[in-house]
Design a protein. Structure first.
Length: 322
């Protein structure tokens, strides 16, 4: 089961005890993935569509608990993707459909459905708890969340710009900075920050998924921290090894050109110690001298040797050109 399916499975079992929150969640579901059909006799029918059995079960439970109405369920198998099934919940009785539409404020006092089932400025989402339920319903209706092991991405697809903006505004009341992007003919409300996705899971009241995501985030941050540390240490080791190789090359060049006897006593001593201890650190080289010398003193002497070797190379090059 994908992480997105796990989240929806958890949310499908989360049922608000307050009727006004149940109405808010139902309002989101109908607004996002519902359709209203009106017959020639002006009889209303509501159809809600989903491809997730857990979501279908949640719709059915919400309508039963909130309105105590009979809901028909039809199941259709996708001809191209044989494993996929599509679930359609139908509120066929005119009186039941009207009662639901009036409760979720998707129909006015004259019996006219709001344009595009719009919920803009809808009174059913005035309370904070109802806004939580609304976001939960919207996610169940057309949301998805990526596998956090791979990357962080949370989104809810809306049919109109107005619905996307409303959802974005509702999320902002919980300090969640969601963005909107157009994908084909749809408007997608999305979040890419891992911490913000944790927050939205908390808003929707999915504690199990939230903890799973947090654990994955912690492990990823630890891995990244370890990788950064290893990379830094590797870079330092490479730098140290390269410096040691260059020092030994310079010392051997000096030895083979003029001999150590031509060097001052302190430079001769460090040159011999470096050749004897090619893998030693500056601290270890300093401790091997008599008397011991600090790292800065060792580094100073090695630089003097490097300058001496460079001068000898330049003299050799000049003599060859002459």
């Amino acid at each position: 089961m994908s992480f997105s399916s796990k989240v929806k499975e958890e949310l499908s079992r989360q049922l608000s005890t307050a009727r006004h929150c149940q109405i808010a969640e139902t309002a989101a579901i109908i607004s996002i993935c519902g359709r209203i059909q009106i017959s020639a006799e002006d009889h209303y029918c509501i159809k809600i569509h989903t491809e997730n059995v857990a979501v279908a079960r949640k719709y059915f439970t919400l309508l039963k608990k909130t309105f105590n109405i009979r809901t028909d369920v039809s199941i259709r198998r996708n001809a191209y993707l044989k494993k996929n099934r599509a679930y359609t919940l139908i509120i066929g009785r005119h009186e039941d459909a009207l009662r639901v539409l009036h409760a979720v404020k998707l129909i006015d006092e004259h019996g006219e459905a709001r344009e595009n089932l719009s919920l803009v400025r809808n009174m059913v989402i005035q309370n904070s708890c109802c806004r939580r339920a609304f976001i939960r319903g919207a996610f169940l209706a057309s949301g998805s969340i990526s596998d956090p092991e791979k990357f962080y991405h949370f989104e809810i697809v809306c049919a109109t710009k107005e619905k996307a903006q409303q959802l974005q505004n509702i999320m902002s009341t919980f300090d969640i900075d969601a963005k909107i992007v157009i994908r084909k003919k749809y408007y997608v409300v999305y979040i890419k920050e891992g911490s913000q996705i944790v927050d939205i899971l908390n808003v929707m009241e999915a504690p199990i998924s939230l903890m799973e995501l947090e654990n994955i985030r912690i492990l990823k941050e630890m891995r990244n921290s370890v990788n950064r540390q290893v990379n830094c240490e590797t870079a330092d080791i490479n730098k140290t090894v390269s410096a040691a190789v260059k020092q030994i090359e310079d010392i051997i060049y000096i030895r083979d050109t003029i001999g150590f006897e031509q060097l001052p006593e302190n430079l001769e001593e460090i040159a011999r110690v470096r050749l004897a201890k090619p893998d030693a650190t500056l601290k270890e080289l300093g401790e091997a001298l008599d008397p011991p010398v600090g790292k800065s003193g060792v580094n100073h002497r090695l630089r003097k040797l490097s300058s001496c070797a460079q001068e000898l190379r330049e003299r050799s090059a000049d003599s060859e050109t002459k």
